[in-house]
Design a protein around this ligand. Structure first.
Ligand SMILES: Nc1ncnc2c1ncn2[C@@H]1O[C@H](COP(=O)(O)OP(=O)(O)OP(=O)(O)O)[C@@H](O)[C@H]1O
Ligand SMILES: [Mg+2]
Length: 576
């Protein structure tokens, strides 16, 4: 793309550089009315062989002399003179955070140009800013071409439009290929639009088809279609739009979604539960420190059948031997504990606490089908899985099931990656694991035990990353937060949450104000490694028009949710 885009006469300068630097922001004197520009505006500055890109982080009223500002000229002079005086003595300063620079070479008419053009790389890429524009470099509001230069041009595939700039409505895109290379997060207070944005980005990922996604859908909002709580409008679910690419899985037998049937229902075999899965329920089940030792002994005694065997033991049972002495019954916890050399009280208490798991209907001795394997096979085959928790929406269900599945995924993807490094045959399919209410799995206490922090920290090498969605980023373990490549944040009220979102990023002070002043709804700040530079945007609307645009490359889809509902009454043909 040619950087010339900004030279058009329709985009006159709005001011010029008067001072500042890399550490402090650049200072720009505005030559247009203050209201032409808003905080967060994306500006470009041409200077020498370079084009600089920056963000407006503040606006300040200024005067050549404070006296001109402190008195009302209109009351002292004729209207003409007052206007003249105001125009020449009062102005606005912008603080501009320089972010990127792009080599655009000498003037094409200059004698140096041909030599430069010959040596330049095929595609000049913007780099992090390392120098500053000259004094008096003209400053312009970025136009659509400038924004596309930095954020890419929507291509109906991996360069995906997520929103528009706030002032002029220029499209801003996210590179989905880069997005899935590291873990990422979507944050914001309740009602700020996290779930809508997540659904939209997931739609982009499914459509682009460069990664599989596994969505732990705690509140049944991603798979089935629903109704917006604010507007009452129907909201399309992902299953509706991608009939064959998405597998909708219900947790437990009998979990269905109205007219929409789950593709299959997940039941988990007792033998799939590992001691690790139990350990991360430490807080939820209020387990004691002795638990790890007891679980170890159980596994030594019974191998993968430890859970079944343990649950088959009787809590407290005594019998009398031939001489009339009371002793623990052979099938009691006490008898096993004595034999295994484990503290009896600790084993009995664990047995009683784990009985809470026994009455989870989705945990069964021998499931009708191997749902876990089916989930993993689907993901490896490039499909997407939405696991809807149905009526099992307690913290215990969420923690247990997400960890158990994700641990299996880690094992499969690690094995596949190691195999790939050996024989270079099949490269593992990138996988994004999506978790809502992520702080439940990734808070400071849990982070060391759950599989999710391992994924955030090291699994990108094994092609697995997380997309975490949360209202309270400050409750997520900071080590995990600092690993997040792309962060997309809506309005946040709490100072700690704002700091958490910005942790480890340059220019935090300037960005803090911008985050605090986002509109309560549908405005987000995108930042982090996954985007070339931070930018506040208005989120793209997730509605019927979105789907029409996404599917315009010929895949017949339901234009409206009403059409789909009609279709549901007729049968379930495959439409991808
Ligand atoms: N991109 C969007 N397109 C259309 N409507 C939106 C969009 N973003 C937000 N909304 C509106 O805002 C409402 C709240 O959005 P959403 O449910 O995504 O909030 P949330 O941040 O997930 O809240 P919570 O934390 O409570 O789950 C939606 O019901 C919808 O009406
Ligand atoms: Mg939500």
């Amino acid at each position: 793309m040619e950087p010339q885009a900004n030279l058009s006469p329709e985009n006159p300068p709005i001011g010029f550089v008067t001072g500042g630097g890399l550490e402090a922001n650049l200072q720009v004197k505005l030559t247009v009315p203050a209201q032409t520009v808003q905080e967060g505006a994306f500006v470009v500055m041409d200077s020498g062989n370079w084009r600089f890109y920056g963000l407006v982080t503040d606006l300040q009223l200024a005067a050549v002399d404070p006296n001109y500002a402190s008195q009302l000229n209109s009351q002292r002079f004729s209207p003409r003179l007052a206007r003249y005086l105001n125009q020449n003595t009062l102005y606005t300063n912008l603080a501009v955070m320089p972010a990127l620079m792009l080599e655009k070479g000498p003037d094409p008419a200059s004698p140096e140009y041909p030599a430069w053009a010959q040596n330049r790389p095929e595609k000049v890429k913007p780099i992090t800013v390392k120098t500053v524009p000259d004094h008096h470099a003209p400053v312009k509001l970025a136009n659509a071409g400038d924004i596309a230069e930095i954020f890419g041009k929507e291509d109906g595939k991996t360069i995906f439009r997520v929103g528009e700039t706030r002032e002029q409505g220029h499209a801003v895109c996210l590179d989905l290929e880069k997005f899935v290379q590291r873990s990422s997060g979507i944050f914001g207070t309740t009602g700020s639009g996290k779930s809508f944005l997540a659904r939209m980005i997931l739609a982009g990922l499914i459509h682009a088809n460069n990664a599989s996604t596994l969505i732990f859908d705690m509140h049944n909002e991603y798979g089935p279609s629903s109704t917006s709580s604010d507007t009452g409008q129907p909201v399309s679910g992902l299953k509706q739009q991608f009939q064959s690419r998405v597998r909708l899985v219900g947790l437990g037998a009998g979990t269905d979604f109205g007219a929409l049937h789950a593709d299959f229902q997940l039941e988990i075999a007792h033998k799939d539960i590992t001691p690790e899965d139990i350990l991360q329920l430490t807080q939820t089940l209020n387990l004691k420190e002795t638990t790890a030792a007891t679980l170890d002994a159980l596994q030594t005694s019974f191998g993968e059948n430890w859970f079944t065997e343990f649950m088959n033991m009787r809590g407290k049972a005594v019998e009398e031997d031939e001489e009339g002495r009371r002793r623990p019954a052979p099938d009691s916890v006490e008898a096993w504990a004595n034999e295994a050399g484990v503290h009896v009280g600790a084993a009995e208490s664990l047995r009683s606490k784990l009985s809470r798991l026994m009455n989870r209907p989705y945990l069964v001795n021998s499931p009708a089908s191997n749902g876990l394997a089916e989930i993993i096979d689907s993901l490896q085959a490039g499909r997407h899985v939405i696991l809807s928790f149905g009526r099992f929406d307690s913290e215990l269900d969420y923690l247990l099931v997400t960890n158990l599945i994700t641990r299996k995924i880690r094992d499969s993807w690690e094995a596949a990656t190691n195999q790939y490094h050996k024989d270079k045959k099949v490269e593992p399919r990138p996988l994004v694991v999506v978790v809502e209410e992520a702080h439940k799995l990734l808070n400071r206490e849990m982070a060391s035990q759950t599989i999710f922090s391992t994924i955030a920290r090291e699994m990108r090498k094994y092609y697995v990353t997380l997309l975490i969605i949360d209202q309270r980023p400050s409750q997520i373990y900071d080590e995990v937060m600092s690993q997040l490549g792309t962060r997309i944040s809506g309005a946040l009220g709490d100072e700690d949450d704002i700091n958490a979102v910005l942790s480890g990023l340059a220019g935090r002070n300037a960005l803090r104000g911008m985050l605090a002043k986002l509109q309560p709804k549908e405005e987000v700040l995108m930042l982090g490694w996954g985007v070339p530079m931070p930018i506040p945007i208005r989120s793209r609307r997730y509605d019927d028009k979105f789907w029409q645009e996404l599917h315009k490359d010929g895949q017949p889809k339901f234009a409206t949710t009403a059409d789909y509902n009609k279709f549901l009454g007729l049968g379930d043909d495959d439409t991808d």
